[in-house]
Ligand binder design. Structure first.
Ligand code: HXC
Ligand code: NAP
Length: 270
């Protein structure tokens, strides 16, 4: 059962949702949930080819789509894209900050630039998008959804760069919730667990471990993009109109066991 089966198809009619990194994976899954519920979509990422493919999928769901090829580390590019999106689609109501980069690397082995690259894409990119969206969101109120990760609050080996970036995102989210609440802008984070068929899972899920990793998850299954899309729909919907500054963890309970279980299974099988 998905959000698109439960909510009226017009839930986001007349609203525009802009998703950074919306050309693939979890972020595209989120965009598709909004498209199926009547929203217009703006998506950005570096690869125009990827955005074009995503736009075909979103238009097939009935959405009007705006795409912008850009790097979220480039503030002027984001500012220009959000203004063009607003001008073309008429309004900007929801921003999803999903663009991110990740690779496993030991803290003492990665270069300073490797650490910086991830912090710049994830944390600075989320700030850039929020800052550039602010003048549009404040016009009628709206919401920002940050895509965080369990690394923000559970320490994992080989994830120092990601943990720092995602923890920063969750604190940024809370600070903006405090500052921008008076403008009717709600800010929340979603923490996805291991989501199957995504680039992040391929990079960190250590494909060879396969289904054994479900032992690290109390609900005993990997997540799917609609599990996260449903959370985003809820947070952007009127059902969450009094919800701001919160971290919504959608990980099948994985964080409750810490990273030790994951690490020991990885050690047994690699
Ligand atoms: C060590 C690495 C590395 C690796 C890159 N670097 N890959 N270091 N191990 N595997 C280093 C480079 O040598 C360089 O340092 C620095 O990082 C920047 O590399 P660039 O290639 O110039 O960076 P850039 O082109 O900006 O690419 C960013 C990237 C890349 C993060 C490195 O992987 C990327 O674009 N990823 C986007 C897609 C992605 O990662 N999706 C997964 C998101 S999942 P030097 O010193 O040589 O200059 C996620 C959480 C998942 O975020 C949680 C799952 C459970
Ligand atoms: P993904 O498909 O690789 O998504 C990342 C997206 O961000 C891509 O579309 C990528 O497109 C874009 N992007 C990367 N760097 C960018 C930059 N500098 N500027 C603009 N766009 C950029 O990976 P995913 O696994 O679905 O991850 C999506 C989100 O979920 C991320 O925030 C990730 O941290 C989070 N997450 C994922 C998991 C998981 O299990 N997969 C778990 C926890 C959290 P381009 O390369 O074309 O730019």
């Amino acid at each position: 059962m998905n959000a698109t089966d439960l909510f009226p198809k017009s839930l986001f009619a007349g609203k525009t949702v802009f998703v950074t990194g919306g050309g693939s994976g979890i972020n595209l899954g989120i965009a598709k949930n909004f498209a199926a519920l009547g929203a217009k979509l703006g998506i950005c990422g570096r690869s125009q080819e990827r955005l074009d493919g995503a736009a075909v999928e979103l238009r097939a769901l009935g959405a009007t789509v705006f795409t912008a090829s850009l790097d979220v580390r480039d503030y002027p590019a984001l500012e220009a894209a959000l203004s063009r999106c607003k001008a073309e689609l008429g309004t900007l109501d929801v921003l999803v900050c999903g663009a991110a980069g990740n690779f496993p690397a030991a803290a003492e082995k990665m270069s300073a630039n490797a650490f910086k690259a991830v912090v710049d894409i994830d944390l600075l990119g989320s700030y850039n998008a929020s800052r550039a969206a602010f003048p549009h969101l404040r016009e009628q109120g709206g919401c920002i959804i940050f895509i965080s990760a369990g690394q923000a609050f559970t320490p994992y080996a080989n994830q120092a760069h990601v943990g720092a970036a995602k923890a920063g995102i969750d604190m940024l989210m809370k600070d903006l919730a405090v500052e921008w609440g008076k403008h009717g802008i709600r800010c929340n984070s979603i923490v996805p667990g291991p989501i199957e068929n995504t680039e992040g899972f391929r990079r960190l899920g250590r494909g060879a471990l396969g289904d054994k990793l479900t032992e690290t998850i109390p609900l005993r299954r990997f997540g799917n993009v609609d599990d996260i899309g449903g959370c985003a729909v809820f947070l952007a919907s009127p059902l969450a109109s009094y919800v701001t500054g919160t971290v919504l963890v959608a990980d099948g309970g994985q964080n409750l066991l810490g990273s030790g279980v994951w690490a020991s299974i990885a050690a047994q099988t690699t």
